[in-house]
Design a protein around this ligand. Structure first.
Ligand code: OXD
Ligand code: MN
Length: 579
């Protein structure tokens, strides 16, 4: 196979001349191709077969040094450093190109070069965008097939539109000293070397659909966000679509697949996306969302029948597991699976508790979204879905109440810009330290955050029909470290308040940080909560918030003169309200 698109043909030729592969394979996205990739990886040992009770499921054990995103090795390469901003690592494009050229030279000798045309978003959606990833990893090719609309149809669209993002990837020798993930937004180009980990190597996901897309979105007037998209249907048949931005490994997949508890009979929840949303204003000023992805690359530990039955069932077949443990009878095993015992850990060693968790805390499943029993067919609608509310959130032991609403759009942009959360195992580095993660985009915004906030603010000038903006915190604890809120399916109770606010059906308490629920307006029937828990969950401690506002102010000042005046004004209003 080849292509009628001259630019693509030429690029593949140039890359092959540089990287010197033994073979070139153009991916068509067929089932036959998927099966032959699996067969090949079983032969090479890149995949291990799991017990037949897990039909078509495989285990990949990565290099132990290659288990997460590497933010310190991820660069945005714009000609002007200020354009990348203090939120990104930056390298001059010429230097980055020279470095990558040296790394890629001859790196595919003896290997197959896979050409992977893919489409981010429904293939016939005006909001979708295409890319081509070239890689020497069969694991990447198989994962891209699960995660994107990949193959012949995407290639046809590229030939029709004559535009695509170029992503060049090689696992190299997996040496962490020779690992770089470079983004060239002006050239619509990504170059990634030395890692096979999803966030570094499946280039359609973080690299294209967030970093490059956020840059394009600013130029073209839309938003590329780290958000799930979920449909909530009431017992009366009223439907709402919510988009929610939480940092990595903070429960987006669980919220997107929420199962209404028995107390919420008649409510239905369907999933449109669990990680990324592309948001556009339509002619009527309504914000609409598509999920650019077609699969889930989710965190495995913690997934069980109680926490997320949909995900648990979804990964019983046709799933690639990365870095989980296995039981004595070769079933995949992970912490809090609540079934079976680990025999071999994620590194392939006999399990011993003193060596740490059996499954890596950032072990992952890759699975087609269509395997989710609550998959919404609207995920394939080219027009996307109308968004009623945007929800920001993070992991905060203290301070942030269970839920509050921003007064208006501009205040909501400050709520998003001021977000902070405890770090997780999704990225290499210390876990559990609170860091600023505006809009959950700290690792993913392809340009200067100050300009990004300016772009968000500009939506208020373009529509008077924008969604309400909210902030949630499922992770608040009491002085003894006990979680105050049960979370998971029970979060529907909070989403119901959010929907009632959007429909102007319920009033709220005005506080310096925004509108909070009257405690009686959150349905707590049947919950096992101690007296006073709800009051604590909905409390706003002015002294702590004053400190928080100062910390947000200091952070925003780091963006200097580029910081939009309207955001500085919102911050001043917050400080004045706190007194
Ligand atoms: C992810 C992440 O894998 O955010 O989605 O790291
Ligand atoms: Mn993510």
């Amino acid at each position: 196979m080849t292509t009628s698109n001259e630019a693509l043909r030429q690029w593949v030729t140039e890359v092959a001349e540089l990287t010197r592969p033994a073979n070139i394979h153009w991916c068509d996205g067929s089932q036959t191709e998927y099966q032959s990739l699996i067969k090949l990886m079983l032969e090479t040992g890149d995949l291990l077969e799991l017990d037949s009770s897990y039909k078509n499921c495989y285990l990949h054990r990565s290099d132990p040094s290659d288990v997460a995103r590497v933010e310190h090795l991820t660069f945005v390469c714009t000609p002007d450093e200020a354009e990348a901003g203090p939120n990104n690592y930056w390298m001059a494009p010429a230097d980055a190109h020279a470095k990558m050229h040296d790394l890629f030279a001859g790196c595919m000798a003896g290997r197959t070069l896979y050409v992977i045309p893919y489409c981010m978003g429904p293939i016939d959606s005006p909001y979708a965008r295409c890319g081509v990833e070239i890689t020497d990893s069969a694991y990447v090719a198989a994962n891209m097939q699960l995660m994107t609309r990949m193959g012949a149809q995407a290639l046809q669209r590229i030939e029709r539109d004559d535009t695509f993002v170029r992503g060049l990837h090689s696992i190299g020798d997996l040496n962490p000293d020779r690992r770089f993930i470079m983004h060239f937004p002006k050239e619509l180009m990504i170059q990634s070397f030395g890692s096979g980990y999803g966030g570094n190597a499946l280039l359609g996901k973080k690299c294209h659909a967030l970093r490059i897309a956020s840059y394009q979105a600013r130029q073209e007037g839309w938003l590329a966000e780290h958000m799930l998209i979920v449909e909530i249907e009431s017992p009366q048949g009223e439907k709402h679509y919510l988009a929610a931005a939480f940092p990595s490994a903070c429960g987006k997949t669980n919220l997107a697949m929420l199962i209404p508890p028995e107390s919420q009979a008649g409510w239905k929840v369907r999933t449109l996306g669990d990680d990324i949303a592309w948001l556009h204003l339509d002619e009527s000023g309504q914000l609409r969302a598509i999920n650019p992805e077609a699969g889930y690359f989710g965190v495995v530990p913690g997934t069980n029948e109680q926490t997320n039955r949909n995900a648990y069932e979804m990964i019983q077949s046709d799933t690639i597991f990365t870095n989980v443990a296995v039981t004595a009878n070769n079933e995949p095993w992970w912490e809090d699976k609540n079934v079976g015992e680990p025999a071999i850990d994620w590194k392939g060693q006999p399990y011993a508790s003193e060596n740490g968790p059996a499954a890596h805390p950032n072990s992952r499943f890759t699975v087609s979204a269509k395997q989710n029993r609550t998959y919404s067919p609207l995920a394939d609608d080219p027009a996307g879905v109308p968004i009623s509310a945007i929800i920001f959130g993070g992991r905060r032991r203290t301070l942030a109440p269970l839920v509050y609403q921003a007064r208006d759009w501009n205040h909501g942009v400050l709520v998003g810009a001021g977000m902070a959360s405890e770090t997780t195992a999704a990225a290499t580095g210390q876990v559990g330290v609170v860091r600023r993660d505006p809009m959950a985009m700290k690792p993913f915004c392809g340009y200067n955050f100050a300009d990004y906030w300016g772009h968000w603010l500009s939506f208020a000038e373009r529509s008077d029909n924008l969604p309400g903006i909210f902030h949630v915190n499922w992770f608040r604890r009491d002085a003894d470290g006990r979680f105050l809120w049960p979370g998971f399916g029970e979060n529907l109770r909070v989403l119901r308040w959010i929907i009632d606010r959007c429909e102007h059906r319920v009033d709220a308490v005005e506080t310096p940080i925004g509108y909070l629920p009257h405690p009686a307006d959150i349905d707590t029937r049947g919950l096992d909560m101690a007296d006073g828990d709800m009051d604590l969950l909905l409390s706003v401690d002015t002294d702590s918030w004053r400190e928080e506002a100062n910390a947000i102010g200091a952070y925003l000042q780091g963006y200097g003169d580029r910081l939009p005046a309207a955001l500085a004004d919102e911050h001043k209003k917050l400080q004045d309200a706190l007194g």
